[in-house]
Design a binder for this molecule. Structure first.
Ligand SMILES: NC(=O)c1ccc[n+]([C@@H]2O[C@H](COP(=O)([O-])OP(=O)(O)OC[C@H]3O[C@@H](n4cnc5c(N)ncnc54)[C@H](O)[C@@H]3O)[C@@H](O)[C@H]2O)c1
Length: 453
C-alpha cells in the first residue's frame, strides 16, 4: 500500500509538528501520540465495502462514523424494521443497496466485510454465516448470548481465516492504552481491587426506549427478529426493547458489564477469572422485563486481583463512574478522562499506644521512623503528592476502533478486540448471570478451556 507511514516515522513526524491525535498530560504541552495515520493515507480506490446486518440504534451511530471515514464504502443494508432501513439508505445518499435479509446480503457480490448490529440472540448465527461466506466481521458486543457460542465462533474464525473485531470500542481509545501502559509500568504498585459502578434512574436508561409510531406488523418483520429465540406472539415492546428479555439478551451483565470487562482484561493483561459470584434481582421495572434491574458481581482473577461491579436502574446518585483501579501506590480512574491519584497512607496508631504503659507510649513516639509515618502534617494538602490526568483528543473511540478493524483487514492480522477477547468478556457476563440466577459461585478452569490465544 502506498502512502503508508510506519508508527516510528509517525511518532517522529508528530513530535516535530505537534500533531494532536492522542492524549495530553495534565493540561501541559507534552502530547503523546498513540495512534498512527495509517488510515488517513488510504486512497479512495482502496475502499473496503461494508454490508450492515441490522441497522438499529447502534448501527446508525457506527454508520455515521463510517460515512466520515475515507477507507469505507457502505454497499448494502438489511434490517427487520423498514424505518431504519430507509433512514440508513438516506444517510448513504441512496448508495447502499437494500437486501431482504442477512443471507441475501451475504450472497451478494461486492461486499468485503460486514458490520453486525443485531440483538444478541442473533450474534452467533450472523457471525458464523458471515465468516463462512468469506466476509471479515465487525460485530457488536457482547460477542455471544451463551458461553458455548464463543467456542463455536472461535472455531469458525480459525477455520475460515477471516478477521473478526468485537465492538467494545473504548479499548481503542488512547486513554485505555495509556491506562494499560501505566499499569504495566508498576506505577500503581500492587493492584488487588478494581471497581466500577453503572447506575441509572430513567426509563431510557432502563432500556424502555420510545417505539416509533409507524411500527406495526407491516413495517416490522417479527419472524426475522425472533430467529433462533423461543417463539412469542408479535410484540413491539420485545422488538424495540429486547434488552429487557432473557430470550434475546443477558441484561445488565451482557449489555453494560461486558464493556467494563473488555477494558479490565485489556488494561490488566488478564484473560479470564477463576471465580465469579453475583447477586441480582428485578425489584422495580417488573411490568417491562424479566431481567434484573439490580446486579452486583465479584470476579476473582488468578493474576491476584478482584473486580467489583455493580449496577442498578433505581438510583443514579453514583452515576456511571468509570473504572477505579486500586493499587498500593495509587489509584487510576478511567472514565472519559484518566486520572492518577497517588496514595498518601498515614499511620494512625495513637489510640492503640494510648492503652500501653505511659513510658512505652512516650518511647513509641520518640522513634524517628514512627514520627515520620505518623506525622499529622502529612494531611496538609501542601505535602500531599500531586495527581495527574489525561484525556483523549482527536477522533472518537468508535472511529478508532473501526480504523483498527480496517487496518486488521488490510494487514490480515486479527484486531485489538479479537474473537478471544470478545468471547472472554462475554463469558464473564454470562458467568455473572449464571451465578446470580443459581445463587452460587461459578468457576472457570483455564487448564480445560482449550483456548490457545
Ligand atoms: N458498542 C456500543 O457502545 C453499543 C451501544 C449500543 C448497542 N450495542 C450493541 O449493538 C447491538 C444492537 O443494539 P441496538 O441498541 O442497536 O439495538 P436495536 O434494537 O436498536 O437494533 C437492532 C436492529 O437489528 C434488527 N434486526 C433484528 N433481527 C434482525 C435480523 N435477523 N436481521 C437483520 N436485522 C435484524 C432490528 O430490526 C433492529 O433495527 C447489540 O448487540 C448491542 O449490545 C453496542
Amino acid at each position: 500500500m502506498t502512502g503508508r507511514i510506519n508508527r516510528r516515522d509517525f511518532i517522529k513526524k508528530s513530535a516535530a509538528t505537534g500533531a494532536v491525535t492522542g492524549i495530553t498530560f495534565g493540561g501541559s504541552s507534552r502530547a503523546a501520540v498513540l495512534t498512527d495515520l495509517y488510515d488517513r493515507q488510504n486512497s479512495p480506490n482502496e475502499r473496503l465495502t461494508l454490508g450492515f446486518i441490522g441497522v438499529g440504534a447502534r448501527a446508525h451511530q457506527v454508520l455515521s462514523e463510517v460515512l466520515r471515514m475515507p477507507g469505507f464504502e457502505v454497499a448494502g443494508v438489511c434490517d427487520a424494521y423498514r424505518g431504519r432501513v430507509d433512514r440508513a439508505v438516506e444517510k448513504t445518499g441512496g448508495r447502499a443497496k437494500v437486501y431482504r435479509d442477512a443471507s441475501e446480503l451475504l450472497a451478494a457480490p461486492g461486499i468485503d466485510a460486514v458490520y453486525i448490529g443485531t440483538p444478541d440472540h442473533w450474534h452467533k448465527s450472523h457471525a458464523i454465516a458471515a465468516l463462512e461466506a468469506g466476509k471479515d466481521v465487525y460485530i457488536e458486543k457482547p460477542l455471544t448470548y451463551t458461553v458455548d457460542e464463543g467456542l463455536e465462533i472461535i472455531r469458525a474464525v480459525k477455520k475460515t481465516g477471516r478477521i473478526l473485531q468485537v465492538g467494545s470500542q473504548n479499548i481503542s481509545s488512547p486513554t485505555q492504552l495509556k491506562a494499560r501502559e501505566i499499569i504495566e509500568s508498576g506505577r500503581l504498585g500492587q493492584i488487588t481491587m478494581i471497581r466500577s459502578t453503572t447506575n441509572r434512574n430513567t426509563a431510557g436508561g432502563a432500556w424502555i426506549y420510545p417505539i416509533p409510531p409507524d411500527a406495526n406488523d407491516q413495517t416490522v418483520n417479527w419472524d426475522m427478529f425472533q430467529g433462533p429465540a423461543p417463539k412469542y406472539p408479535f410484540s413491539l415492546e420485545r422488538f424495540f426493547r429486547w434488552r429487557c428479555y432473557k430470550d434475546y439478551s443477558g441484561g445488565i451483565a451482557t449489555d453494560l458489564f461486558v464493556h467494563t470487562m473488555t477494558t479490565i482484561h485489556y488494561i490488566m493483561a488478564a484473560q479470564a477469572p477463576e471465580c465469579v459470584m453475583a447477586t441480582g434481582d428485578l425489584y422495580r421495572w417488573k411490568e417491562s422485563r424479566d431481567v434484573p434491574d439490580t446486579l452486583n458481581a465479584l470476579i476473582q482473577y488468578p493474576e491476584g486481583f478482584t473486580v467489583n461491579l455493580s449496577a442498578t436502574f433505581n438510583n443514579q446518585s453514583a452515576g456511571e463512574r468509570g473504572i477505579e483501579i486500586l493499587g498500593t501506590k495509587g489509584t487510576l480512574t478511567l472514565g472519559r478522562e484518566l486520572t492518577f491519584t497517588p496514595e498518601n497512607p498515614i499511620e494512625d496508631n495513637d489510640w492503640i499506644v494510648a492503652s500501653w504503659a505511659r513510658a512505652l507510649e512516650d518511647a513509641y513516639f520518640k522513634d524517628p521512623k514512627i514520627r515520620q509515618s505518623e506525622q499529622p502534617q502529612r494531611w496538609d494538602p501542601k505535602v500531599i503528592p500531586a495527581g495527574e490526568s489525561w484525556r483523549g483528543i482527536g477522533r472518537n473511540s468508535t472511529m478508532l476502533h473501526l480504523e483498527n478493524f480496517q487496518r486488521a483487514v488490510r494487514n490480515r492480522k486479527q484486531p485489538i478486540e479479537d474473537v478471544f477477547a470478545g468471547h472472554r468478556a462475554a463469558a464473564v457476563a454470562q458467568m455473572i448471570n449464571l451465578s446470580a440466577s443459581r445463587k452460587m459461585p461459578v468457576f472457570w478452569d483455564r487448564s480445560k478451556d482449550g483456548l490457545k490465544a
